[in-house]
Design a protein around this ligand. Structure first.
Ligand code: DCC
Length: 203
């Protein structure tokens, strides 16, 4: 059963989707007041913890904008890693991710590929310095538009390890055809997870 915070994020996703379907109307003023009232309730629950501490303490991504079940911006996708190291996820992109009419925004393609390439790398770090692996370069080629509301597959695999430098490649495919392909260079930072107070590992 989803945790309460996951349920709330899911309710917010529904709200965001609906707001992209309704017309501008003065009656929405009532909705605005209701939403502010809900936010006031949430604000009263804040503690002093910096929000990003929650991400650093997580065992799995819960707050990022792609897989984060507690982040309403994320669909969220579930990334699986096969025995050969291929990371992959399926997603039906909806209205919050629209760029051109009916099509996926190109920056969203970059976001999702960056994320899945990163996870393909985090699965195999043998021989890599123990820093955070961050994106240093991401190169994309947009072959075909990605339609909204159709099943898309985002997949990636590690292609090389060279000291602190790790490379991965991947693609977004629809109907078995590659729509967007990506190559990424990731570099292990000099800052290591062990240097971050309370961190359990992370990306
Ligand atoms: C629970 C968890 C949830 C986790 C949830 C999932 C998280 C997903 C995360 C997605 C990934 C991200 O978004 S990561 C966030 C976005 N990326 C960033 O913020 C990175 C910002 N950039 C940096 O921090 C820095 O520039 C670095 C670390 C990339 C590199 O700096 P540096 O450490 O000083 O590098 P330096 O020693 O000079 O260089 C090392 C070697 O790399 C090469 N090099 C350095 N930068 C580049 C570059 N941009 N392009 C090519 N090559 C480069 C150098 O030539 C050198 O090669 P040689 O001489 O050795 O041959």
């Amino acid at each position: 059963m989803p945790a309460p915070l996951e349920d709330v994020a899911d309710a917010l996703r529904r709200m965001m989707d609906l707001l992209l379907r309704v017309d501008d109307d003065p009656a929405l003023g009532h909705i605005t007041s209701e939403l502010h009232a809900v936010s006031d309730l949430l604000e009263a629950e804040f503690d002093d913890e910096r929000p990003f501490d929650k991400m650093l303490h997580s065992d799995a991504p819960r707050h990022d904008p792609v897989s984060g079940v507690e982040n309403a911006i994320a669909p969220p996708i579930v990334v699986e890693v096969d025995s050969d190291g291929t990371a992959h996820a399926e997603v039906d992109f909806g209205l919050p991710y629209q760029g051109p009419k009916g099509l996926l925004h190109g920056g969203i393609s970059a976001l999702f590929l960056d994320h899945v390439l990163s996870l393909a790398n985090s699965n195999n770090r043998s021989g890599v310095d123990n820093g955070f692996l961050v994106t240093a370069q991401l190169s994309l080629r947009y072959h075909k538009p990605v339609p909204l509301f159709e099943r898309a597959t985002v997949s990636a695999r590690q292609t090389s390890i060279d000291g602190r430098k790790v490379r991965a490649a991947g693609e977004i495919s629809v109907g078995g055809e590659v729509a967007v392909s990506a190559e990424g260079l990731f570099i292990a930072t000099r800052i290591r997870p062990a240097d971050v107070p309370g961190d359990k590992g992370g990306a």
